[in-house]
Ligand binder design. Structure first.
Ligand SMILES: NC(=O)c1ccc[n+]([C@@H]2O[C@H](COP(=O)([O-])OP(=O)(O)OC[C@H]3O[C@@H](n4cnc5c(N)ncnc54)[C@H](OP(=O)(O)O)[C@@H]3O)[C@@H](O)[C@H]2O)c1
Length: 394
């Protein structure tokens, strides 16, 4: 693990710890810290604009986790997005900043800028493609120069989708040419829902989707080559024979993040599939109840096809199929915080396996050479191969 120093005393600083999601991140980090004590103990702090609210969060976590030491043993840093100086002071103290302050299109950029300028790695749980892609366009070169990793969308948007595709690729023996993914959320008697900030993030994103098209033109990307057949476009509502259910296209950041990862890997001379994703969700001002959270889980299935080893793609249609699955607990506030914290732990422990020496990355492009999938597996996610079909060997 990267070592903390007296001038940079924390492995992790949770910014926005008083928010709906931030509180769950506090609990997850507290659990991680409790397992990592002793001489090289894990050190962390919470940050936000109200000392009083942050104190309240630590007291609540102390009660919920039966860890009284949280009430007094965790440092508080006061930082406000509107104060550059406060962000700099925060970013000078942590090796990794977990940014839980959203919607990111309104509050995210000053935090990214402060991390890059002050040498702290940055991780968020953003699900807003426009913010994520703009940070890549505007901060990649600076982050690379400063040796800082900026890794967005490390929550449910879009770790299961992005790493699910990497897992599918790594388990396919040949050339995987297309993947389609289906997300199912199962809930208990009280149903499931998301918090208002996530809803707002999505609404502003849809309202401003033309700006995203303009932004993408600035990258000047050339189309990636297509091998085999492309995934057929789906209607707004369609019946999927794969999951034997009606489905709608996914409207979050997954397609954007996965395509950026696949472009990165292609540029790193890997092979590239072209995925499409489908989902739906509900939101409320109060957010989900504890019962709703405890009774909810997700399942994401990936249906891939391609050419088995030794088959020439020019000689006919794809001849091999794979079905993989990623499962986990409630997506918004349990799976998200596990993914975010394990992404941070991976940065701290496996920096040598991250690409180049800094830059702005998707989860897949940052972590494809690390053990993040294994770490997630050990923390309640399950990645598995459901089926694999290829032609019988002559
Ligand atoms: N990827 C995923 O799957 C996923 C899952 C869950 C959430 N999210 C995203 O996470 C973000 C947060 O969601 P949430 O539901 O936790 O929102 P929230 O409850 O509204 O929390 C927002 C946090 O931002 C802080 N904040 C607001 N303005 C600030 C400022 N000027 N300076 C410093 N801090 C400020 C708030 O602090 P105060 O307490 O002082 O008001 C609060 O801690 C959203 O963008 C959401 O979409 C993503």
């Amino acid at each position: 693990m990267e070592v903390v120093t007296s001038s940079r005393p924390y492995h992790i600083v949770i910014f926005g710890a008083s928010g709906f999601t931030g509180k769950f991140v506090v609990e997850e980090v507290a659990r991680y810290a409790a397992d990592n004590t002793g001489e090289n103990r894990f050190r962390w702090a919470v940050a936000g604009r109200s000392r009083q609210r942050l104190k309240g969060v630590l007291n609540q976590a102390a009660d919920r986790l039966a860890m009284p030491e949280l009430s007094t043993g965790v440092d508080i840093i006061e930082a406000d997005v509107s104060s550059k100086e406060s962000l700099s002071i925060m970013c000078q103290q942590g090796l990794v900043i977990l940014n839980c302050v959203g919607p990111y299109r309104f509050y995210g950029e000053p935090v990214v800028a402060a991390c890059v300028e002050n040498g702290a790695h940055y991780i968020d749980i953003c699900g807003e493609p426009q913010f994520l892609e703009r940070m890549q366009l505007d901060y990649h070169a600076k982050a690379l120069e400063r040796g800082v990793y900026v890794i967005g969308s490390c929550g449910f948007d879009s770790i299961p989708a992005d790493l699910g595709i990497l897992y599918t690729q790594s388990n396919f023996k040949g050339t995987l040419t297309a993947v389609e993914s289906f997300l199912t959320i199962s809930s208990g008697p009280e149903g499931s829902c998301g918090h208002d900030a996530t809803w707002q993030s999505a609404v502003y994103g849809f309202a401003d989707s033309s700006a995203l098209h303009k932004l993408r033109r600035k990258f000047g990307h050339k189309p990636l080559p297509v091998v085999g057949t492309k995934v057929r476009p789906r209607g707004f509502v369609f019946f999927s024979k794969e999951i034997v259910q009606y489905a709608i296209p996914f409207m979050g950041s997954d397609p954007s993040v996965v395509k950026r990862t696949q472009r990165f890997l292609y540029q790193e001379e890997c092979r590239s599939p072209f995925p499409r994703f489908f989902s739906f969700g509900l939101f409320s001002k109060a957010g989900p109840t504890i019962n709703q959270i405890e009774d909810t889980c997700f399942n994401m299935m990936f249906f891939g096809e391609g050419y088995s080893e030794g088959t020439d793609p020019l000689q006919g249609p794809p001849n091999a199929k794979i079905c993989t699955e990623v499962m986990g607990a409630e997506p918004g506030y349990v799976a998200t915080v596990i993914a975010m914290v394990q992404a941070a732990v991976t940065v701290l422990k496996e920096k040598h396996s991250l690409p180049r020496r800094g830059g702005v990355y998707t989860p897949g492009s940052a972590f494809y050479k690390t053990s993040l999938i294994d770490r997630l597996h050990n923390h309640g996610f399950k990645f598995s191969v459901r089926s694999y079909e290829e032609p019988a060997k002559p």
